[in-house]
Design a protein around this ligand. Structure first.
Ligand code: SF4
Ligand code: SF4
Length: 344
């Protein structure tokens, strides 16, 4: 029996929910209003070393989604929730790993689910699809907010009304009824995220300077952590949740961290420093932490130990420095040792 676009949409939503997506919205491929803002953002260098964002081929696709999928008719936006804990014990010499990383790498987890949904759409409705999670030149947050999945907060994140979420999307040539539910910001006079950003990376409401963002510095940034920012990283070794933890719209949401990842909740920095390559792979198996590699990870651990300044770490750092460490690690070790010596 031939299905109406509305019936097709309902079937897609039902399949998406079955796969664990908590919110699904449909929008058009219309060029985002944020395009000019984005060009200016790039022009000002706020994308830091993420130069791929400024690649002409990506910009071409970002401007017109038909450059990604010819005959595109609809964009299906999907939210997948992640576990979130607001309070963390601050024990001596423990590190902080962002909540989104205390689970299986979302790229793998959600890609699999998006592929299943895409195949369902292809097989059921004979349509073409392209699906992405965090890998396409698409204004994901903007597209999600224009079909009612949340609003873009002053911290530049999508604020979903029930949980922090990963956003994925499926582009399709299938004509589907659009959810014309543009959600504008509900931040009003709140500035909590700006006030609680340790580095001032949220330069002004809705404007993030990635050069200063701890998430960027501890995850994407490959080289030396700028000296003037090191002490602001605190004990953060992979990401930073500050601007989300304080948000009144999500701060009361506490989901359990999956049990198998509890050991990563307050990891001991001294133990992390002594990890072998195999140990690193075993401990962070399947999590997104594995993506930054052991060297960048240890760079972050060393900075955190320097910031905590506990003298019990001093001899361990010195001994580690005597091993054959890279120039990158050596530079951060010298800094951390000096920091601890200054504090003790
Ligand atoms: S993730 Fe941390 S450093 Fe980055 S903007 Fe948010 S609070 Fe600031
Ligand atoms: S903390 Fe306040 S200003 Fe920031 S995103 Fe949440 S509501 Fe908006």
């Amino acid at each position: 029996m031939i299905k109406t676009p509305q019936q097709k949409k309902e079937l897609i939503i039902s399949k998406a929910k079955e796969l664990g997506f908590i919110s699904i919205g449909i929008t058009t491929s219309q060029t985002s209003d944020r395009l000019d803002f984005f060009y200016k953002w790039i022009e000002n260098g706020f994308n830091a070393e993420m130069t791929y964002l400024a690649r002409p081929d990506r910009l071409k696709r970002r401007e017109y989604l038909m450059n990604i999928l010819e005959n595109i008719k609809s964009v299906i936006m999907l939210c997948y929730p992640y576990s979130y804990y607001v309070e963390r014990k601050s024990e001596q010499n423990t590190g902080f790993i962002s909540s989104f990383a205390l689970m299986e790498d979302y790229h793998l987890l959600i890609e699999e689910k998006l592929n299943k949904l895409s195949n369902y759409i292809k097989d059921s409705f004979n349509a073409n699809t392209k699906s992405y999670i965090d890998s396409s030149p698409i204004f994901e947050r903007d597209f999600a907010s224009r079909c009612g999945l949340g609003f873009i907060g002053k911290n530049t994140m999508l604020i979903h009304n029930t949980a922090p979420c990963f956003i994925g999307e499926i582009l399709t040539d299938l004509e589907l009824p659009v959810d014309d539910l543009v959600m504008s910001s509900k931040c009003d006079n709140c500035t909590l995220c700006l006030k609680n950003c340790p580095t001032g990376a949220i330069k002004e409401p809705y404007l993030l300077d990635a050069n200063k963002c701890i998430s960027y510095l501890t995850i994407e940034h490959k080289g030396v952590i700028p000296l003037q920012l090191r002490h602001l990283l605190g004990n953060k070794i992979f990401g930073c949740d500050n601007c989300q933890i304080v948000c009144p719209f999500i701060k009361d949401i506490k989901n359990e961290i999956p049990e198998e990842y509890n050991k990563l909740y307050n990891p001991d920095l001294i133990e992390l420093l002594s990890l072998t390559q195999e140990g690193f792979k075993k401990l962070f198996f399947k999590t997104p932490v594995i993506r930054i590699g052991i060297e960048r990870f240890k760079r972050n651990v060393i900075v955190a130990l320097g910031n905590i300044g506990d003298k019990t770490a001093l001899e361990i750092l010195k001994a580690f420095k005597q091993t054959q460490v890279s120039q990158l690690l050596n530079e951060h070790l010298i800094w951390a040792i000096t920091e601890i010596e200054k504090k003790t």
